[in-house]
Design a protein around this ligand. Sequence first.
Ligand SMILES: [Zn+2]
Length: 251
Amino acid sequence: MALYRVEGIVLKTRELGEADKIVTLYCRDQGKVRAVARGSRRPRNRLSSGTQLFTYGEFLLSEGKNLDAISQAEIRESFRGLREDLARMAYASYVMELTGEMVEAKEPNEPLFLLLLGVLHLLGEDDPGNHETIVRFFELKLLTLLGYRPHLRNCVSCSNPEVSFFSPALGGMVCRRCREQVPGATEVVKVAPGTVQAMRKLDESRFHGARAVKPGATINREMEFVTRTYITYLLEKPLKSWAFLDMVRAN
Ligand SMILES: [Zn+2]
């Protein structure tokens, strides 16, 4: 049986049978890979800690007929802090679900892998007050890296610099005049000028510069509404982790 080694992050786990787990990894060189971790739900199993959600490590996989199997997991970073704090866990779970849903299997994207790893570090270590902005930054960069960069500079339809709506169908801002004419005009989201400004700043930021953009709670909520609407349009469904995130934030 052919063996191969990957460097990856545990994006998702699902129970299988009595003691096994199906693990979805996001790998530096291979993109999204699914594999079974046999026995990993038994206490003291050698795969149990290395196959927990958020773990970054090196994995040895063996090719299977239907599903590959993880035969070794060597932890590089367990991101334990993300599992011990409910708010950090909620943000990180969303980041994982968004990545897992937006990427196709076995389509490598190293910049996205590095972005994901960097964001997990920030969510684990940075001040909780920065988490919203970090996640907004992640959404914009992920969309960009996958070819869905939202057009924010001016009206995506006529280049008018005065924009006040976001159209998920057109993937960008539109002006008042075009709003009436574009298909799916009913699905546009009204966006305040301060929100567009903050999105542009984040869109132009590099990794550590993003924390210097301090949009404030109201603008953050509006940015979130815009990205959720856009992501729901792209995936044709909402994400499950949104409900968890909303519940944690409400408390
Ligand atoms: Zn226009």
